[in-house]
Design a protein around this ligand. Sequence first.
Ligand code: UDP
Length: 322
Amino acid sequence: MKFLVTGGAGYIGSHMVNFLLKKNHDVTIFDNLSTGKFINKNRIKFEKVDLINLSKLNKSMKNKKFDAVFHFAGLSIVSESEKKTKKYYLNNVLATKNLIKSMIKYNINNLIFSSSASVYGLPTTKKISENHRTRPISEYGKNKKEIEKILIKFGKKKNFKSISFRYFNAAGADESAKIGESHHPETHLIPKVLESVKHRKKNMYVYGNTYNTKDGTCIRDYIHVNDIARAHYYGLKKFKNRKCTLTYNIGTGRGHSVLEILNGIEKITKKKLNIIFKRKRKGDPPILVADCKKIFKELKWKPKYKNINTILLTAWKWHKKT
Ligand code: UDP
């Protein structure tokens, strides 16, 4: 089949591309390379496209007849989204609107959208299911919620099908250690700590140790990036339905505290960390763990990476190599 991956040079997008190539699909990437890095592979068609520019996007989309589009392009640093609201709105919401317009213009009707657990905001239940209220507490989460709303609107009005996957904490790297997670600036716990270890920096900062959790630090549901890619692939079967506007959580259903992650990193890197407790980070919910019953049942998907240390090891192998 013929697929477009927007943001295919980024962290999750590049793993999706890898996954599709392994299945021998025809893959095109549209990426503006603002944050991602394209590793040249001769089986991929790459076009430097900024989704904000609708006329350029239309030129690139014309005559391509993609069977489906996997949409990962966008900005994803939560703290930055608070300060650069306009930039985030433009690159996330407006860019996605352009993508949908362009798809509809060329009769491409299947979209898989990279949403986020940040649409939920502060959880009111132990595990969060898809029908938990959506009350995002960050601009980034608000962008994702707005896009999901737009997808619902197009699903009702047009012959437009979509699946929004709400990721919990994407983590790890491909076993090949050729692609992995890196952001600038790095704010995410796992890559930040692994980079520090690599550069022999010992001080690790834990934002808050007085949360109402087992060890006082925040709990997150870390899901391997290749499990995320596989879930997207399984989602394609839903496009056979006449109508399709769906939402699924992607997580493991298990939570790990910040301290557990740091312990795991000490184990796999065999380095002792110097943990320093700092003030809570603004907008951090104490616990975010997915209820995954819906995706387990409807897509017959289950995570393959169940052990957090295995996930950490895949990430460490990549960081060591880069
Ligand atoms: N965190 C931390 N120290 C760091 C980076 C992150 O204690 O240097 C914590 C953060 O406060 C959160 C958890 O680690 O509770 C996961 O943060 P991350 O930014 O990786 O993902 P988020 O859950 O915010 O999307």
